[in-house]
Design a protein around this ligand. Sequence first.
Ligand code: URA
Length: 436
Amino acid sequence: MRAVDVIIKKRDKGNLTNEEIRFFIAGITEGTIPDYQVSAWAMAVLLNGMTDQETTDLTLAMADSGETLDLSSIAPVVVDKHSTGGVGDKTTLVVGPIVAACGLPVGKMSGRGLDFSGGTLDKMEAIPGYRVNLSQAEFLSQLKSLGFVLTGQSADLAPADGKLYALRDVTGTVPSLPLIASSVMSKKIAAGAHAIVLDVKVGNGAFMKNLDDARRLAELMVAIGKLSGREVIAVLSDMNQPLGQAVGNALELKEAIETLNGEGPADFLEHCLSIASYMLLLGKKANSLESARKLAEDALNSKSALEKFRQLVIAQGGDVSFVDNPEKLPAAENQLVVNAEQSGYLTQVHAQTIGETAVDLGAGRAKKGDTIDQGVGILVHANVGDYLAKGDPLFTIFSKSSNDSEKAKARLLDTLKWSETKVDPLPLFYEVIGKV
Ligand code: URA
């Protein structure tokens, strides 16, 4: 079989067989298919789609590209969560510690920034020394001893996704339902969690722009999870405006630490408590959503979640003084506050444009292997539905130069839409797919 023939078949809208998919994924994993062919294939998949059967075959092939962990010796239930990617989405950094602090082990394999969406690993690397490349043995031993792991794909676990993910980020091939479903679920299956909560983002700052597409993605991922014997639910959540205030790696990490300290933005806190509650319920730590919520709130208020996060950072080699004193985290010196140039109600705070502006400031990658700047980003001070008087702060831009700040300012002001009459705030959640 030749890689080029598989690319041509997908280019010509053919359905790939399991054998062809397995051949291609093996070639990605072993490095025998070069990046340019992988990129061409990913573009063909993005343009022509896949059947549910192809997506399932692709997911299982990617999960099988490395080891698949068996966590049954660690605990009866290990839980995991995954977001399909958004702007300002630092949920894992708060939800992981909350759930682990409630005594439910969390084994999480995260990704890097993807297109305009941020990545948990990039955020965690703002802490000097924090290791995101744990081996399989380290993953298992830390999950057993601490009940919490937050790492990336090692060479052992779903390596095909690791390679494909990095290429998709810089080849315009991210917003593809089969590529997202297989990327997310291959990692989840390989990492072995028994119960998985998927946070499927929908809106302009998500890869699924409308509810129908998000629902389809969610249903497919839930079905693939079930096929692999996992308990999976998907929560459809809004991503038309950034979640919380901070967009950019160290800024987001700082906001997550503030939230663990009880000082985070209300929308972000509410989002985290809801996701944590679903994880606790699915992981059978509680028998109703209300009691799960109470557990999550207690873990936050007692600071046991914060303590769990500290222990995670120490276990993975990070300098915990950056958690204890988040002002030590990198912050670009150029800081420009952008104020409202008019009064009124905000009707649009466009998440995708804000995410793209942050990437252009240096928070994401333009090509594979680019280094990112941890200290740049944007604080968004207002949400849809807020009333602002002229002169009220809208954004703070953290950049490498005043020229960058000015460019970002023009773009950010342009993303806003205003109304003279009252508008409703955006909902946090739309619906839940799958049974708890
Ligand atoms: N998260 C992933 O892990 N993969 C995607 O493709 C999108 C979000």
